[in-house]
Design a binder for this molecule. Structure first.
Ligand SMILES: [Zn+2]
Length: 671
């Protein structure tokens, strides 16, 4: 194995040394001016993660008991209720103590009382502690000790939930790695009280990723509780007679320009629609009056949704998008062409329209400021920088040494944001500073120049080969996330295996862990996180599983460099049988390393076996797909039997993003 690994390392190093020059020479010229931040200009962004805590003479737990009582409000939102349960359960997991609880009614801060106050309780309000809520976004965490009481709170209800996890991490070394894998001190009989003064603000305001197997508990614990769709008001095709959204008609949170203005409903306004393709004409063919009416009509749709999805039932829907359909169409009428010529990019017409549309929405919000069911503060209005509209209207300004908008009117108004989808523009298997990502960084910088914050959408898997290794580690490390976080990211979504059930293979699970840790705090060390993850997930097998990871990653880098990151990878010539065999053998050696638990702790052994064999699925599947002629009949039968057993046990059902239901299950059952 070592020989092979060494050969791969040499080949990869050679390729990497040559590659940047080759790419630089091939780069298409002419499109943009100076764009590339030199390596010494890498982002040095530092967020706020202050975990100040000092030991006091008092005890939180002594002789296996605690005098502390958990205090919450009497009326809790579902998220606050979850925060309370998480506190009780995790505290019990560490100490075996079910802590007493009490509501805050009639309570005021008492220098001698031993309370743990969770959320915005009367106790907190009476404590005189400044919460600085306006400075803290919803997800922020504050933990403060005053006298003998510990106050756990957040900028909002999710911050309150995360304050529980920070408290458990700081106090009992709690860490969640995967759906079924958590570490924390146990049987704690004695624990000093700490004087906490913690402020923990996520580097990216909100974060999420998609894997169908993630439970809500896991998502909460990884601080990625909501899918992007949960933040958006749906826009419905139809409105009711009293101007609310007709929920019986189609409603969409994204790719929804047809729901705003269904062509068939507005036959009298043909200027609102593109001359060709499925797209709106964002200049209304140069007719100012029609353009105002168009913006007003779109704003009416938002008002209809604001009145329908009220704040009491839908507190998280604090944004709305007006986003192009999922195609590459754009209007090419005279007015749109003039706009393109004047401002340099097609997106200019959308920006000008969004600012206008935003004005009408803000007007409505202002008029409804006193209606707490309708009014939403810090309401974001989004459009997609996507396909035809992905390029930002900004240019390099030599004097200022930065990108600036091509015209002052192209600056996004307050509350208007761009949702930047990095499809076809970012090579996510390479470092963010790699020359192949010059264009991606250029667009991020340019969009940053016309707005005061970004919504970002990136990708981290091979959508046509879920089970194969995809390098989510060269870009998605502390350095890469730090670069992204440096652009005031209001929301970050990493599009992965949204349809995968059971578990993922080829170290995708580790990329979830890294993403959730590093998008929150980009100052963490990637290698340390990887080591911690390996130790938790594989115990004694961690060293060999780390070797397996390195070997898969090197092989992938070598392969992708050779095919220039463009071809499909399910090709026999890319996967020598010996390489696949080597990887499967490494998994078997890993199983041997943990076999001691088979009798000592069968439950732990089952978990470790699942984790190891989840990584085995990738080379086993590739062998069956590409190299089954390398096995003797009997060995092939054994491999098939084992693959069927493992895949069914782990509950993996998908091989790609778009495939008919049951394809993998039918396949393994046919083996
Ligand atoms: Zn047009």
């Amino acid at each position: 194995m070592k020989k092979i690994l060494k050969r791969v390392i040499c080949a990869v190093l050679a390729a990497l040394i040559v590659l940047p020059f080759a790419v630089a020479c091939n780069k298409k010229g002419g499109e943009s001016l100076i764009t590339i931040p030199a390596p010494e200009e890498k982002s040095n962004y530092v967020g706020v993660h202050d975990f100040t805590m000092t030991e006091t003479a008092d005890y939180l737990v002594k002789d296996g008991k605690t005098d502390y009582v958990l205090i919450t409000k009497s009326k809790l939102t579902p998220i606050e209720q979850t925060a309370k349960e998480e506190f009780l359960n995790l505290f019990q997991a560490a100490t075996n103590i079910r802590i007493q609880t009490k509501t805050d009614e009639g309570l005021v801060h008492d220098a001698n009382a031993k309370y743990i106050s969770l959320g915005e309780t009367a106790l907190l309000k009476s404590s005189g502690l400044p919460l600085n809520k306006s400075e803290l976004s919803d997800d922020c965490v504050r933990i403060v000790t005053k006298d003998k009481t510990v106050y756990l709170s957040g900028g909002g209800q999710y911050g309150t939930l995360y304050s529980v996890y920070d408290f458990m991490q700081l106090t009992f070394n709690y860490e969640q790695y995967f759906v079924d894998c958590m570490e924390m001190d146990t049987n704690v009989k004695e624990k000093k009280l700490y004087n906490y003064n913690v402020t923990d603000i996520p580097d990216m305001n909100r974060r999420s990723t998609g894997y169908a197997f993630m439970t809500q508990e896991f998502k909460n614990r990884m601080r990625i509780p909501l899918y992007s769709g949960n933040y958006f008001l749906p826009i419905h095709e139809k409105m009711t007679a009293d101007g609310k959204a007709d929920r019986s008609s189609t409603g969409m949170t994204a790719h929804n320009s047809n729901e705003y203005l269904p062509r068939e409903d507005y036959a009298d306004h043909s200027k609102w629609f593109g001359d060709s393709g499925d797209v709106l004409c964002y200049t209304a063919h140069g007719d100012e009056q029609e353009l105002e009416l168009m913006a007003q009509e779109c704003a009416k749709k938002v008002a209809a949704s604001l009145m329908t999805y009220t704040t009491d039932l839908y507190p998280n829907m604090n944004a709305v998008s007006l986003t192009v359909e999922d195609n590459n169409d754009s209007c090419a009428c005279e007015a749109c062409t003039r706009c393109l010529e004047k401002y340099g990019t097609k997106s200019a017409s959308i920006i000008l329209f969004m600012n206008k549309f935003n004005g009408y929405v803000r007007q409505w919000l202002e008029e409804n400021k006193d209606n707490e069911l309708y009014y939403r503060e810090n309401f974001d209005i989004l459009f997609f920088a996507y396909n035809s509209f992905s390029l930002a209207p900004a240019s390099w300004d030599e004097e200022q040494g930065k990108y600036v908008a091509n015209a002052p009117e192209l600056m996004l108004d307050e509350g208007v944001y761009v949702w930047l989808a990095m499809m076809n523009i970012m090579e996510e298997e390479l470092n963010i500073y790699h020359a192949k990502n010059d264009r991606a960084r250029e667009q991020i910088e340019k969009w940053g120049a016309v707005s005061d914050g970004l919504w970002l959408w990136t990708y981290s898997t091979n959508f046509s080969a879920y089970l194969y290794f995809h390098d989510a580690f060269s870009m998605y490390n502390a350095e890469g996330y730090r670069y992204l976080a440096d652009h005031n990211v209001r929301y970050y979504y990493q599009n992965a295996q949204s349809y995968q059930t059971g578990t993922a293979t080829a170290f995708h699970n580790m990329s979830i862990y890294l993403q959730t840790k590093l998008t929150w705090n980009t100052s963490l060390d990637t290698e340390t996180l990887i080591d911690n993850y390996m130790n938790a997930m594989f115990k004694e097998a961690a060293p060999i599983m780390k070797q397996l990871f390195t070997s898969m990653r090197l092989h992938n880098t070598q392969l992708k460099t050779k095919i220039e990151y463009s071809n499909s990878i399910e090709n026999a010539s890319y996967f020598p049988y010996n390489t696949l065999k080597e990887w499967m053998d490494m998994c078997d050696k890993a199983l041997e390393k943990v076999s001691v638990y088979e009798t000592r702790d069968p439950e732990l052994y089952a978990m470790l076996k699942n984790h190891i064999e989840a990584e085995w699925v990738y080379p086993a599947y590739a062998t069956l797909q590409l190299r089954d002629d390398y096995l003797l009949a009997n060995d092939l039968t054994l491999l098939k039997q084992r693959f069927r057993e493992v895949v069914l046990r782990l509950g993996i059902t998908r091989t790609k993003e778009i495939e008919a239901e049951g394809v993998l299950t039918n396949y393994v059952n046919s083996l």
